[in-house]
Design a protein around this ligand. Structure first.
Ligand SMILES: NC(=O)c1ccc[n+]([C@@H]2O[C@H](COP(=O)([O-])OP(=O)(O)OC[C@H]3O[C@@H](n4cnc5c(N)ncnc54)[C@H](O)[C@@H]3O)[C@@H](O)[C@H]2O)c1
Length: 259
């Protein structure tokens, strides 16, 4: 399929586990890619690997000037911006609320929530100039419930839902659709490596074995949903929340013995 020919897509955290999967898939479907990220070496390597139609730009999502430069790069390099994927995100080191320091709280909210807000704010005029487009904000199943010891992350992902619904209302008449994706546990450095300030990784204690689909999610699982949601096949979908978690939110798939 070539669903994104002549379209330009900006992916934040574009060199990460899920972000790089999204970048490669959009590129394979004909899109021009602006790879936003804070790791310049990885970004340059990914852009080189893709060859044509790929541009790396240093984008710290907490910095509004950095956002303006990234959106300008999309328009000056490729002529327009059609799709924004607010994918960059970080996890807090696990701790109960009463032992969570203010600086950690602020850092997680700054990247996961303010970074998404700035993306919508700065990209919206460019998407309007392109006569419409799509934004997907990557939330989490943790944005649909509570998880002990992850208050900053949980709160940030809940807030992304409210931001998304509001943006969908504000931008719908400009033909800009805005949705969230809520991944469960996906096999990326996010779970394989300890968060900043942590000593253990989520993969050290989490097992998918009790759940309906007893495997970790792969980045490509999320990528396939993302490409659908930002394609013209999803033209009537906005302000919606898509869970992709292998049944994690259903709870354990305990079976009773039958004769
Ligand atoms: N992996 C999971 O289990 C899981 C589950 C639910 C949701 N998510 C969400 O999926 C998204 C992608 O995560 P991933 O699994 O690919 O993890 P990852 O750690 O591989 O990638 C995260 C990316 O965000 C980037 N980033 C961090 N701070 C940034 C900043 N200030 N500006 C720009 N980029 C920054 C990192 O450099 C990295 O490239 C995140 O929003 C995460 O919260 C992940």
């Amino acid at each position: 399929m070539n669903r994104f020919a002549n379209q330009t897509v900006l992916v934040t955290g574009g060199t990460g586990g899920q972000g790089s999967s999204h970048v490669r898939a959009y590129h394979a479907e004909g899109a021009n890619l602006v790879i936003g990220g804070i790791d310049a070496d990885r970004g340059a390597a990914l852009a080189d690997e893709l060859g044509t139609r790929a541009h790396f730009t240093r984008l710290d999502v907490t910095d509004e000037n950095s956002w303006s430069a990234a959106v300008s790069a999309a328009e000056s390099t490729f002529g327009a911006l059609n799709v924004l994927v607010n994918n960059a995100g970080v996890q807090n080191p696990p701790a109960p609320i009463e032992h969570t320091d203010h600086a950690t709280w602020s850092r997680i909210l700054d990247i996961n929530l303010t970074g998404t807000f700035l993306g919508v704010k700065v990209a919206a005029p460019a998407l309007r100039r392109a006569t419409g487009g799509a934004i997907v904000n990557i939330a989490s199943t943790m944005g649909l419930g509570g998880t002990a010891h992850y208050a900053p992350y949980v709160a940030s992902k809940w807030a992304v839902r409210g931001l998304t619904r509001t943006a969908a209302l504000e931008l719908g008449r400009d033909h800009i659709r805005v949705n969230t994706i809520h991944p469960g546990v996906i096999a990326t450095p996010f779970i394989q490596q300890p968060a900043v300030g942590a000593t253990t990784a989520i993969a050290d204690f989490y097992s998918p074995e009790p759940f309906a689909i007893p495997r970790l999610g792969e980045p490509i699982d999320v990528t396939r949903l993302l490409l659908f949601l930002t394609s013209s096949d999803a033209s009537f979908i906005t302000g919606s929340e898509y869970v992709i978690d292998g049944g994690l939110l259903l709870g354990p798939a305990l079976q009773t013995e039958t004769a």
